[in-house]
Write a protein that binds this ligand. Structure first.
Ligand code: FES
Length: 119
């Protein structure tokens, strides 16, 4: 098993993400509003955009209708900066529109102030 400290807990507030390096890979570390940490390959599955240049946001619910949007899941979705694909941070990095596609993920653990990524 390979593991590495990639950043400090204090490097990101809930609702933020940062690009880190794990071995030779750029890894996106996300912290959701409940304080949990997640790590994904920092590369969109579409055309490879660096996801850390996108935003963390929420999603609309299935109760939304044209012109009447219901927003939910604030801080749980990463939106790609290039073409707007959205990935579910808390659900294995699954693509919202096509859940059978997902971002490659890494395991994360927190030890004191250290955020450790491992495979
Ligand atoms: S590169 Fe991410 S949606 Fe196209």
């Amino acid at each position: 098993m390979t593991e590495q400290v990639v950043c400090k807990k204090s490097d990101l507030e809930p609702g933020q993400m940062i690009a880190t390096i794990f071995g030779k890979q750029s890894v996106l570390v996300c912290r959701t509003l409940d304080g949990e940490f997640y790590a994904y390959l920092n590369q969109c599955t579409h055309q490879g955009a660096p996801l850390d240049k996108g935003i963390i946001c929420g999603a609309t619910t299935d109760k939304s209708t044209p012109g009447d949007y219901h927003y939910c899941r604030e801080g749980e979705i990463v939106r790609c900066p290039w073409h707007g694909r959205e990935f579910d941070i808390k659900n294995e990095g699954k693509l919202l529109a096509t859940p059978n596609k997902k971002l490659p993920s890494f395991k994360v653990k927190v030890e004191n102030e250290d955020i450790i990524v491992y495979k």
